[in-house]
Design a protein around this ligand. Structure first.
Ligand code: PLP
Length: 329
């Protein structure tokens, strides 16, 4: 793991999930900052709930939080992040790549811009690691999750740079430099190590395959009327594995129901609560006005046949729904 991200082995802290790694880094850096009078946190409005709920918890415990809004393509402007940093900022957290829209941030630019502010920069690299060469230069802390690249669920990693003060969340026998006490989950960690090795060895091939597959899917779907792609225009600023679409003339819930019925696992970029479908915080942040949004992604098991079948199912479901015809026989 350390070799893959350019870290020292002692800087790799095994956790039970990417969520736990985000919590450890953000709360741990924030509390260590508070001990030096710093009680301000900067992050973006499209982070994963593991980050947003961590900073919300910090806000309930006396921290001030600034959520920097992303641009309409889902990328955060590095200058805007730097401008939000104050003398009392304890931690800055910006994800490498967004899990819904796939927008890839320029972490190196952010690190450069805040380098002289002595503020630790944390990044959630959970979605990025499978297809991007994630390195820790300029970064104080970083979160990864094994199940995103072939390890079993239940194991993640927090990279925590040596010399950067971080308070532990889990206290006990002092394992993992005292940052995460508890007996190691050896089997999961061994599986995680094997998955890292094969993910890194296979990364370029997977990225090319994923790019070709999402392009193939996009070509079929963007040929329909009133279907648009969200996110950065430049493919280099998008995760190869992600395709985020705006679809007019159909309802998100009806569309995802139709896809689910056809055996296609897709997300509507929405969270359902108490019978109501509400746009996700990412869809809201991008100011998407379409009737439906669809988040599609491919992985290392996806075949070209899967992609063609998915395209057939999607084209059929969208045209049926638009024509008011039933999607389920
Ligand atoms: N961060 C991002 C960007 C994610 O996409 C996810 C999972 O989907 C997580 C954090 C949480 O990781 P885990 O499922 O290991 O808790």
């Amino acid at each position: 793991m350390a070799v893959a991200i350019g870290a020292h082995p002692s800087e790799v802290v095994f956790t039970a999930s990417g969520t736990e790694a985000d919590n450890l880094a953000i709360k741990g850096l924030a509390w260590a900052g508070a001990e030096r009078g710093r009680r301000h946190v900067v992050t973006t409005n499209v982070e994963h709930p593991a980050v947003l709920e961590s900073v919300a918890w910090l806000a309930r415990h006396g921290f001030e939080v600034d959520l920097v809004p992303v641009r309409a393509d889902g990328i955060v402007d590095p200058e805007a992040v730097a401008a939000a940093v104050r003398d009392d900022t304890a931690v800055v957290s910006v994800m490498v790549a967004n899990n819904e829209v796939g927008a890839v941030n320029d972490l190196a630019a952010i690190a450069d811009l805040i380098a002289d502010r002595e503020v630790p920069l944390h990044t959630d690299a959970v979605q990025a690691f499978a297809t991007l060469d994630v390195r820790v230069g300029g970064i104080a802390a970083l979160a990864l999750s094994g199940h995103k690249f072939g390890a079993p669920q239940g194991v993640g990693v927090a990279f925590v740079r040596r010399g950067v003060p971080v308070d532990a969340l889990v206290h006990g026998g002092g394992q993992e430099r005292g940052l995460r006490s508890g007996t190691y989950a050896t089997a999961q960690i061994a599986a995680f190590g094997a998955a890292v090795e094969s993910a890194v060895a296979d990364r370029v091939r997977l990225r090319d395959q994923a790019r070709a597959q999402t392009d193939r899917l996009a070509t079929r779907l963007l040929a329909l009327d009133a279907v648009h792609r969200s996110g950065p225009a430049d493919p280099a600023q998008r995760l190869a594995s992600h395709l985020h679409l705006q679809v007019d003339g159909v309802d998100t819930e009806a569309l995802t129901f139709a896809l689910d019925h056809a055996g296609l696992a897709a997300s509507g970029g929405a969270a359902c609560g108490a019978g109501a479908v509400k746009a996700s915080h990412v869809v809201e942040a991008l100011d998407v006005r379409a009737d439906a949004v669809l988040r599609l992604s491919v992985g290392w098991t996806t075949t070209d046949d899967d992609v063609d079948r998915a395209a057939d199912v999607l084209v059929d479901a969208i045209s049926r729904l638009r024509a008011g015809r039933p999607v389920v026989a």
